[in-house]
Write a protein that binds this ligand. Sequence first.
Ligand SMILES: N[C@@H](CCC(=O)N[C@@H](CS)C(=O)NCC(=O)O)C(=O)O
Length: 203
Amino acid sequence: MPEYKVFYFNVKALGEPLRFLLSYGNLPFEDVRISRNDWPALKPTMPMGQMPVLEVDGKRVHQSLAMCRYIAKQIGVAGKDAFEDLQIDALVDTINEFRLKIAIVSYEPDDAVKEKKMITLTQEVIPFYLTKMNVVAKENGGHLVLNRTTWADIYFAGIIDYLNYLTKLDLLENFPNLRQVVDNVLSNENIQKYIAQRPVTEV
Ligand SMILES: N[C@@H](CCC(=O)N[C@@H](CS)C(=O)NCC(=O)O)C(=O)O
């Protein structure tokens, strides 16, 4: 089995889906959490000067979605053929697109602009994505795609805390089928073991 290390800041955010996937598949990994003070020295050693980074037997790779897809294949939660992979990827890309739309408003530095953008975000963008995905989750029996647990479910369960943090909302409050997707993942014994021992962080 390869030796895995996950390098990221001491936050959930983009690193948590990867940590979830490794945990779900019971693949041992070193959970390396870099402090903001240590980051400047380490930044030049990372492929694109960013994290998360996955180290596989000493080789470092970047891009959280690519890493998640790679681990998903190792642990049997990817598609069974190219078309299934396409369906999973479409869902994951949708979640990531949703995240980016939230992030761009949440990190807007101009308060007046932010306030204006927040109205569109909360009244249009968020309900649009969540309503659509909630219907999809219902059609797929509490999963996001293919009527079974795929890495799309695990990715979503791993990123939802960050989305709640960014929006300062409980995004799944009125979307029971999406809540079911997350609960299904969180009920997994290996995920519970990981959560019980991970550092407590606000983000
Ligand atoms: N598309 C990349 C984004 C990576 C990214 O934005 N990383 C940020 C933290 S979430 C980072 O490393 N920031 C520190 C820096 O750029 O110095 C991914 O999904 O992995």
